[in-house]
Design a protein around this ligand. Structure first.
Ligand code: GYE
Length: 352
């Protein structure tokens, strides 16, 4: 990243952050979550809105491929409002890299105050980020990671840790029993997919009794998950007992394909299903015992991005790297050291 990184941990809101200074600061300050939140509240008290001087923010969104994405988009649209002092330019790139890079270029031409990017892929960002840097527009990378470090702040989740959680849970659940695993990966080149694969494989490497039979991209969509599962069933019917879906929508598609083939899954079935995201419907399936374990990925990130922007506006120190902490949920009746047993109460209390 452009500015020097210093590590600290925000306890209360359970986010790990690396603090960076304005003007190339090198301080090693530790800051409590309540202070950060209080500052943000004070900053968002509506002064900008009252003066009519809105902060212009461009958000180059991945697309609308999943329930997670819909929740994330709504979160941005509800946070970066005129009432809160912002004018949001929102672009849905429909999972197309060129469209997303073009959107960022347009934000630069429009001389927006801040650019937020949820990058479709990790690669290919150097040139346009150089252009934003030359134009003096701060860039916040959100949700997924990129290869370049030419940006000002990152807000997102730790997909490697999510993959490790999935692997650890499976190890605990199987307790030494054999696993023949099929993986439906997310979009090719997306850090959320790469990280989940890396994390899960790091645990699988420690289990000689596990075999990963195949691993294919379902593009984070329900139809992609269904197609991949249909082809897996053709090739491996009767040979697998675990399906790892790298998001909930893929899991819905995989369950449809297994239903059609008469394959049972979940706590009372032949196949263990692991999913990621823990969106509302995914947790509904977990509560119903159809998904064994759903590893959370929190899409509610816009408020944290807004706090970063407010700190930048004020010329204050801001967190350069905020990792939103995730948990995991398991079907009722499964006891786990890595995940919480689902209840109706948990489902009712979910914001997305
Ligand atoms: O898991 C998936 C979405 O980048 C973390 O993208 C995000 C992923 C999420 O399409 O559902």
């Amino acid at each position: 990243m452009k500015r020097r990184l210093v590590s600290t941990l925000i306890g209360m809101t359970m986010v790990a952050v690396m603090l960076g200074g304005c003007g190339g600061g090198t301080d090693t300050t530790e800051e409590a979550a309540d202070d950060t939140a209080a500052e943000a509240e004070a900053d968002e008290s509506g002064d900008e809105a009252a003066s009519g001087d809105l902060i212009t923010v461009g958000y180059a969104q991945v697309g609308h491929e999943s329930d997670w994405r819909t929740a994330n988009t709504e979160n941005y649209q509800n946070t970066f409002t005129a009432e809160n002092g912002y004018e949001l330019s929102f672009v849905d790139a429909d999972n197309d890299n060129a469209t997303q890079i073009e959107a960022v270029r347009t934000f630069i031409q429009q001389e927006l105050d801040y650019i937020v990017i949820a990058p479709i892929e990790t690669a290919g960002w150097d040139t346009v980020l150089e252009e934003a840097d030359s134009a003096g527009i701060p860039v916040i990378i959100a949700d997924r990671e990129i290869d370049s470090d030419n940006y000002d702040a990152f807000v997102g989740t730790d997909s490697v840790a999510e993959g490790v959680t999935a692997g650890n849970w499976l190890g605990e659940y199987l307790d030494g029993a054999e696993a023949n695993i099929l993986v439906i990966e997310g979009s090719v080149g997306a850090s959320a997919a790469l990280g989940r694969t890396e994390g899960f494989n790091s645990v699988a490497d420690e289990h000689s009794e596990w075999t990963i039979l195949d691993s294919q991209s379902g593009d984070f969509t329900q139809s992609g998950g269904q197609e991949v599962m249909e082809s897996f069933i053709k090739s491996y019917e009767g040979q697998f007992n675990v399906v790892v879906c790298q998001n909930d929508n893929e899991a819905y598609g995989a369950m449809d394909a297994m239903d059609a083939a008469g394959i049972t899954y979940g706590v009372d079935g032949d196949v263990i299903i692991i999913s990621f995201d823990a969106t509302h419907d995914g947790l509904q399936y977990t509560l119903g015992g159809k998904i064994n374990c759903d590893v959370e990925c929190n899409p509610i990130q816009a408020e944290i991005v807004a706090e970063v922007i407010q700190a930048m506006e004020a010329g204050e120190e801001y967190p350069e790297r905020t990792i939103v902490e995730d948990s995991a949920f398991v079907a009722p009746g499964i006891e786990s050291a890595f995940a919480t047993e689902m209840t109706q109460e948990i489902l009712d209390g979910r914001a997305y």
